[in-house]
Design a protein around this ligand. Structure first.
Ligand code: GLP
Length: 254
């Protein structure tokens, strides 16, 4: 008898090696299924992955024209063409380097009426047949997408108030001025994320180490939204050595 262990944890010596392995997995999945539906994340963590995907796409002439993407989140009130928007982040790091069809790139629009926009997004994900492979980063407070810690979590795409630490970690997108960082955002919900068929969570650096250890070994708790990934049957957690430090400490001390 065999059983599936999820999350599976893989530690790489550095971010570059991790990015190359994950990019190769995505490229392979895309070659096997050209109509792959991919969930994408923003933040500093996936930057190396997107660079590697751009490189692999050029080297192997990867065809993205039948693939579909859904990004996790966007700032409320920020138009898609704003330089601080997640949409522009994705254009720069990935979209302009691959031949995704514009109509197959799905994004929450920060300037649309929020409640209807969230419903539209859920309908679009369902119409695409659900997400095959969801890429995630993790906030230092354990958030995924913009599902912030709290007394409860929302299951579906929703409007969210950002925590001060989350606004701070996004400050460089808004010229380094915290007062320019929106107070709210739109985000896929926890159930939206957990319904992806496979999930890859990336974490780099020592600032994520304690969070990662809690995600793997801690209780399920709304105060660490990523802990709910323990409920998913197919999660890979891909770490660099620094992000794995606390897990290794726990392992050594039994
Ligand atoms: C933002 C995004 C998250 C991301 C997180 C981590 O808040 N909404 O999806 O995972 O930042 O960012 P970084 O990778 O820069 O640490």
């Amino acid at each position: 008898m065999s059983f599936v262990r999820s999350p599976r944890i893989t530690v790489f010596p550095d971010t570059g090696t991790a990015a190359a392995v994950v990019a190769a997995r995505i490229a392979g999945a895309l070659q096997q299924n050209p109509s792959l539906v991919i969930g994408l994340a923003t933040g500093r963590t996936p930057v190396a992955l997107y660079a590697e995907l751009a490189r692999v796409t050029a080297a192997r002439r990867l065809d993205w024209s039948s693939a579909t993407t859904f990004n996790l989140d966007e700032f409320l009130g920020v138009p898609p063409e704003h330089p601080g928007s997640y949409r522009q982040f994705m254009e720069g790091h990935l979209f302009r380097h691959v031949n995704l069809r514009p109509e197959r790139i799905n994004f929450l629009v920060g300037t649309a009426p929020a409640e209807e926009e969230c419903r539209r997004y859920e309908r679009a994900i369902a119409a695409a047949g659900g997400i095959d492979l969801q890429i995630l980063g993790i906030g230092t407070n354990g958030h995924i997408g913009f599902n912030e810690p709290g007394l409860s979590l929302q299951s579906r795409t929703h409007r969210v108030e950002l925590k001060p630490e989350t606004r701070q970690s996004n400050v460089m997108l808004f010229g380094g001025d915290l007062s320019n960082v929106p107070a709210e955002a739109l985000s896929m919900g926890m159930a939206t994320i957990l319904q992806a068929r496979s999930v890859i969570l990336l974490a780099n650096g020592e600032s994520k180490a304690s969070c990662v250890a809690q995600v793997v070994n801690g209780p399920l708790t709304t105060s660490l939204p990523a802990s709910f990934l323990q409920l998913h049957h197919d999660v890979d957690i891909i770490l660099d050595a620094a992000a794995a430090l606390e897990l290794e400490r726990e392992h050594r001390s039994g």
